[in-house]
Write a protein that binds this ligand. Structure first.
Ligand code: FES
Length: 192
């Protein structure tokens, strides 16, 4: 099944696509995303009417996303990464708070909810478009993908993001943007 892509996305080769397992689930569904740690399922959140699209929010059932797994959801027509980080990734993100960063930002600020409340270190919610030219980067945490910092890698011009989604190398001028979200309960977030 082909993945809908935003304008500018164009990295995927047939081999890339073959590595992923795209699963489309209607809005409101809490169905489990059955996939291994290296799979990259896709949840398409269908909005009720086109004229409400601009104001829409997207709810995501986190219980379906295993540790080490990422899903991609659509929010207002744009892709958002929902990453369930491992303890190793969290430790790397905290360590790299003290690295030389092009766009300095602490990891704890990148997991915060949009109302300013603290986040949960295991959940990173990012707008999925590279801040260079808008491509959707590939996961560096999956075996076989490039990238030196364990987060995401944009192969067109080599922007390399760490486990907090911060730009570490390449032309992207700023970090991957954190999507606005709040926790509705322990296992559900609302994006937007
Ligand atoms: S769009 Fe990502 S490096 Fe250019």
């Amino acid at each position: 099944m082909a993945e809908p892509k935003p304008a500018g996305a164009g990295h995927d080769t047939p081999a890339d696509q073959g590595r992923r397992d795209f699963i489309f689930i209607a809005a409101g569904s809490a169905a489990a995303v059955g996939a291994g740690a290296t799979a990259w399922p896709f949840i398409g959140q269908m909005n009720p009417a086109a004229d409400t699209l601009a104001l829409s929010t997207t709810e995501v059932d986190l219980s379906a996303v295993e540790v080490g797994q990422q899903i991609k959801v659509m929010w207002q027509g744009r892709p958002v990464f929902v990453r369930h980080r491992t303890q190793t990734e969290i430790a790397a993100a905290l360590r790299d708070d003290y690295a030389t960063l092009k766009d300095p930002q602490k990891d704890e600020d990148r997991i915060k909810q949009s109302d300013g409340a603290a986040g949960k270190p295991e959940w990173l919610i990012l707008q999925a478009n590279c801040t260079h030219l808008g491509c959707v980067p590939l996961p560096s945490f999956d075996p076989g993908y490039r990238g030196a910092f364990g987060g995401w890698f944009c192969p067109c011009h080599g922007s390399d993001f760490d486990t907090s989604g911060r730009i570490r190398r390449g032309p992207a001028p700023i970090n991957l943007l954190v999507a606005p979200f709040v926790y509705m309960n322990d296992t559900t977030i609302r994006i937007g």
